[in-house]
Design a binder for this molecule. Structure first.
Ligand SMILES: Cc1cc2nc3c(=O)[nH]c(=O)nc-3n(C[C@H](O)[C@H](O)[C@H](O)COP(=O)(O)O)c2cc1C
Length: 387
């Protein structure tokens, strides 16, 4: 179903991918991103259609690119996808309660729903449908025909182009109407957004980010976990984690001794340099944003993930990138300070910075066959079909 030769409008193959990135492409890191809608099996059974649409879900962002999701597809009840947390991929140090893991799965859920709507399938969602199974985060039923809207198409197209951009952004402000739209979108997903663009507040938030960096990097267990997800630019077979190019590293030591940087991260404290860099990035970005929810339960985390995905797509379509400065939310004492400093009327879930920047390459994804839940005879059958 992937088609590297396609020039379909929704394909990721566009002129923004310059020759300097041939290394990654030649190593096949982008295979999962060369998806062509032209291969949508419109007249095949519903489980085949849902299976195809899951290829969009796996392009969602996830903490450390851990891709902590599993899916089960059934043709029963008109067609249904169950979204599970894959807790084998959890990051127990930075995310001890699986909050970010659950947010990541919420992102994949939203991508799937948008793909369904774009292809004329209504998406009826139940969040945490079975209290007895905490890993089952959501079920989505293809509950009939959906009249695709322009907005469905608009957001769906951005799935292929969305990236986390960790570089510095232009100082150009985001248009006011876009920010208003983001606030409205988040409300639709039972989450909320607090934009932070006043310099005094940005400065206070940036100080908390730096404090978070110092606290995390002092912790050897945190550094070990971080290093575990770092990848060189030449890791052809490893389809998760963060390649060096996504952190802005190419050439030099990374090419000669790709294992050195993770070793350095594991071994040395270097929190001061990281804090200074992130403080500068926070203050230099035209806009910071907090996604927050009323409460702080797994259901809220799924809402936050859906809101994050919608936000990321909405801005990507406008040429705006998102990156994360979650440190003050990940460190409990700083999370309380952040809440008080900004007067957030709920639980902060994500701290983002937004701005314009040059295009960058996507990060790898595990193939769909690796994220299908295997304990169900039906799914195994569907899995066979997907090859
Ligand atoms: C819940 C969540 C938390 C994240 N936290 C961070 C973070 O603290 N720092 C960071 O640089 N990226 C963070 N990311 C971005 C991921 O690293 C990124 O999505 C992943 O590497 C895949 O890359 P992509 O977004 O370009 O597809 C986070 C993403 C999610 C969904």
């Amino acid at each position: 179903m992937t088609n590297s030769g396609s020039s379909s409008h929704d394909s990721s193959r566009d002129s923004r991918h310059g020759p300097k990135h041939d290394v990654q492409r030649a190593h096949g890191l982008h295979e999962e991103w060369t998806l062509d809608r032209g291969f949508y099996p419109a007249s095949e059974p519903i489980e085949d259609r849902l299976m195809f649409l899951l290829r969009y879900a796996i392009l969602a962002p996830s903490a450390h690119n851990s891709q902590p999701w599993l899916f089960r597809v059934t043709g029963e009840e008109g067609g249904r996808v169950d979204v599970f947390a894959d807790r084998r991929r959890r990051c127990s140090i930075v995310d001890p309660h699986d909050r970010e893991l659950t947010i990541s799965c919420g992102c994949a859920l939203m991508a799937l729903r948008l793909a369904m709507r774009r292809h004329g399938l209504a998406d009826l969602v139940s969040i945490r449908p079975n209290a007895a199974d905490p890993d089952l985060l959501a079920s989505v039923w293809a509950s009939g025909v959906h009249a695709t809207t322009d907005d469905d198409t608009f957001l769906f197209k951005a799935i292929m182009h969305r990236r986390t951009h960790r570089g510095a952004y232009e100082t150009k402000a985001l248009p006011e109407h876009l920010v208003t739209r983001l606030v409205r979108d988040a409300g639709r997903e039972s989450a909320a957004i607090m934009p932070v663009n006043e310099m005094r507040l940005k400065h206070q938030v940036a100080n908390l980010v730096a404090e978070g960096d110092r606290a995390q990097m002092r912790d050897a267990a945190f550094r070990t976990e971080l290093a575990k997800w770092m990848r060189s630019n030449h890791t052809e077979k490893v389809k998760d984690g963060i390649p060096a190019y996504a952190e802005g590293h190419s050439g030099g030591l990374w090419e000669i001794a790709p294992g050195l940087e993770p070793l350095i991260v594991r071994t040395f404290e270097r929190g001061i340099g990281r804090a200074a860099r992130d403080q500068e990035l926070a203050e230099g970005s035209p806009l910071l944003m907090i996604i927050y929810t009323e409460n702080d339960t797994p259901i809220d985390w799924i809402h936050a993930g859906q809101a994050l995905m919608r936000l990321s797509l909405r801005v990507q379509a406008a040429g705006v990138y998102v990156s994360y400065l979650n440190q003050p939310i990940e460190v409990p004492v700083l999370r309380r300070l952040l809440t008080d400093t900004l007067g957030i009327p709920g639980a902060p879930q994500l701290l983002l910075r937004l701005g314009y920047a040059d295009a960058i390459e996507p990060t790898p994804r595990r193939p769909l066959s690796e994220v299908l839940k295997r304990d169900d005879p039906f799914t195994s059958g569907a899995q066979r079909k997907s090859h």
